[in-house]
Design a protein around this ligand. Structure first.
Ligand code: ZN
Length: 186
């Protein structure tokens, strides 16, 4: 029986022939990317991420949800363990949140579409609304803020916000990398 996976597995066969394993360690770019799962915006291709360069967390819209924040907290913990707690200033990691134009989640900003999507899929309407990216500059700014104000974000991490334009292939920085404000220091 043939599978849709057959051509992809053939590709993998080629890939494995010249493969060089990458040991577990800190990501070479010291960047964690949060991006949409849309097949037109794969950061491995748009940012040239080779194996071992940067972890990528992807969901609908590239939204900073609670599960995404928890993944980042775990990656930070793992990074500390792998580096033997020997963190130096040049080992600081930046989280880059990237939203994009023409996102398929944009339809979810429309209440009628959202209600129908909720009825058909069984997914909670509020969850669908939370994933909507109609204005990527606005949502990426909100998500950078959400991550910066999360108590789970390690203070050594910085967060930046970007928008990928699916018509030009260009990534534009909307918010430069910032560290979270230390607690009680306003
Ligand atoms: Zn998208």
């Amino acid at each position: 029986m043939t599978s849709r996976m057959t051509p992809l597995l053939e590709h993998n066969e080629q890939f494995a022939r010249t493969f060089t394993p990458v040991p577990l360690g800190l990501p070479a770019a010291q960047v964690i990317v949060v991006a949409c799962l849309d097949h037109r915006v794969d950061p491995a291709i748009t940012l040239g991420l080779k194996l071992g360069v940067a972890p990528v967390l992807r969901n609908a819209g590239g939204r900073v949800t609670q599960p995404v924040i928890e993944e980042i907290a775990y990656l930070a913990f793992l990074g500390r363990r792998l580096s033997g707690q020997q963190f130096t200033d040049d080992m600081r990691v930046e989280v880059a949140v990237i939203h994009h134009t023409q996102c398929g989640t944009g339809f979810l900003a429309d209440p009628g579409f959202r209600r129908e999507a909720s009825e058909v899929t069984g997914v909670d309407e509020a969850a669908l609304e939370a994933s909507a990216v109609a204005d990527p500059r606005a949502t990426v700014s909100a998500d950078v803020e959400r991550l910066l104000t999360s108590p789970l974000l390690p203070p050594r991490m910085s967060v930046s916000g970007h928008v990928y334009d699916v018509e030009t292939g260009r990534v534009t920085t909307v918010l430069e990398a910032r560290h979270p404000q230390p607690a009680g220091n306003n």
